[in-house]
Design a protein around this ligand. Structure first.
Ligand SMILES: N[C@@H](CCC(=O)N[C@@H](CS)C(=O)NCC(=O)O)C(=O)O
Length: 198
């Protein structure tokens, strides 16, 4: 059986748990990471030299880096979450990469700085607002990031969308993004793995 090393309150692990639910895949969860199993042991570092979760072990194959894990898992069976046609796949890939590069890092830095009472990282707020405005504009055209149905792109963006709506600045009028969040909240996996633990 597939083994997943991770923890529920890790956004990158949560993406993997959600996808596995969407795919209806059983897996063995090995609770790992802050507060759970150590990531600095020789055994874990042999799986992921960077000592981070999530990691997926599928027989002889070990995959780390959450978006690579999502692509690996979605690629094992045909499914609409990561379309097979190059154009559809590229659209999902584009938004996965964009969310991981342009949305999540400034939001993470901002949240950490605020939690530590540091004002200087407020510079990241401008980048976050630019990113959520871009999301709002895109989502005014279609219900999900890569089209009419949920895809890996939504799974990657969802933790940051959820966290955006917990910031005071989320009172900014971004109606398409708010409708998107409401749409995600109708998904059982989102509620279970993203909204509840993060
Ligand atoms: N880019 C990596 C980041 C992985 C990462 O930073 N994981 C965090 C949890 S979200 C972690 O392992 N933190 C240390 C720990 O839990 O011990 C990915 O997407 O998988």
């Amino acid at each position: 059986m597939l083994k997943v090393y991770g923890r529920a309150n890790s956004s990158n692990s949560a993406k993997v748990f959600w996808l596995l639910d969407e795919l209806g895949e059983d897996y063995e969860l090995i609770l790992t990471g802050r507060g759970f199993g150590a990531t600095d042991t020789p055994e874990f570092l042999a799986l992921n030299p960077f000592g981070k979760v999530p990691v997926v072990q599928d027989g002889e194959t070990v995959v780390w880096e959450s978006n690579a894990v999502l692509r690996y898992l979605a690629g094992r069976q045909p499914n609409a979450l990561w379309p097979a046609d190059p154009a559809g796949r590229s659209l999902a890939d584009r938004w996965m990469d964009w969310a991981s590069i342009s949305l999540t890092p400034p939001l993470t830095r901002l949240r950490k700085a605020r939690a530590a009472g540091k004002a200087e990282a407020e510079a990241d707020l401008a980048a976050v607002i630019k990113a959520v405005e871009a999301l709002d504009a895109w989502l005014a055209r279609q219900p999900y990031l890569a089209g009419e149905t949920l895809s890996l792109a939504d799974i990657v963006a969802a933790p940051s969308v959820h966290r955006w709506f917990r910031l005071p600045e989320s009172s900014l009028p971004l109606p398409a993004l708010a409708r998107y969040r409401d749409r995600l909240e109708t998904n059982e996996g989102y509620c279970r793995h993203i909204r509840t633990p993060l």
